[in-house]
Design a protein around this ligand. Sequence first.
Ligand code: SF4
Ligand code: SF4
Length: 340
Amino acid sequence: MKPVVFDPDLCAGCATIDCLMKCQYVDFKDIDDARTEKLNINEGRDSRVLHECLTCYACQEYCPDHNNPFYLLVERQEEKGLLPAPRPILEEQLRMMAPRGRIERKMVSAPVVDMCAFPMLTGCVRGSLFENASTIVGTDIFCNIMWLHFAKNSVIRERVPKAIDNIMAFYLKDANTNELVCFHDECYGTYTSVAKAYGISVPFKPIHLFDYINRRLDVLADRIKPLNQKIAYQRPCSNRLSPETDQTLDEIFKKIGVERVPRKYDRQNALCCGGVPRAQQRDELADELVEKNLTDMLSTGAAYCVFNCPFCMATLGMEVAERGLMPILVSDLVQLALGE
Ligand code: SF4
Ligand code: SF4
């Protein structure tokens, strides 16, 4: 088993301990306190961070040295059997999201759009934005990044290489492209950040949905009717693994004429939608996060709440709609601007 790529010397010389000092869910008395806990994690000792962590992925983004603090934290949780969710929930999820072995070969051509394990989202791939697109979907190509929320790096190591093999053998091997457009932000995070840190090779080129849309909007520029709307954006946890794509999203919003309103809980300060603690049966915390997000969004005067993650939308969509904001996925918002 390859260990998570991580350099303890970088932490030893770290002046800021940003990974923990910026954490929104675990409190530290001061930087020395954070340094002590970080050292405990690095050296394999118990740390209260391993128990209190919300598994929000954010420390992956906060570390200026890209030293994979969150992946290491999950490694330590699993080594010590510290499960963030009750075991029956974990066992149920492991069964539900397991590969079924029911995958069939299918001829696909560019652009090939990976819908992960969400067949209900394939209807989003439509119109001029996704002209001539092929979609692939199912638990046999599930990206499996969710196990970071369940202290199960071992499942990532076991299932991700199989999903990659399936994508190649059943779809991309005979296709006219080596590119895979990741509709789901989490897939992109898996095939870029996780794969690199866990030593998993990826034989295709993952393309983030935002990069795909941004390129397409240049081709379709003469069809864009600016929406002239204010939107509040709910940034998902997995986007911490590809922060550069958040700037691409700004370019998309500019092209379709929407203003991403400043929110307290956006960008580096994004707050979990509440879905993860709900799944971990930490309901009180989930309720608190939902309320904080809603209050923050409502204070901005935005007309839409824009989601990139279907799980965030499932968690908050109904709530934002009841309070007067229209919930919508990024791709659907772009299609509105294209008059479709
Ligand atoms: S993981 Fe990064 S931010 Fe955290 S202590 Fe190490 S180098 Fe510093
Ligand atoms: S994953 Fe989130 S909650 Fe956990 S230590 Fe990192 S920043 Fe804090």
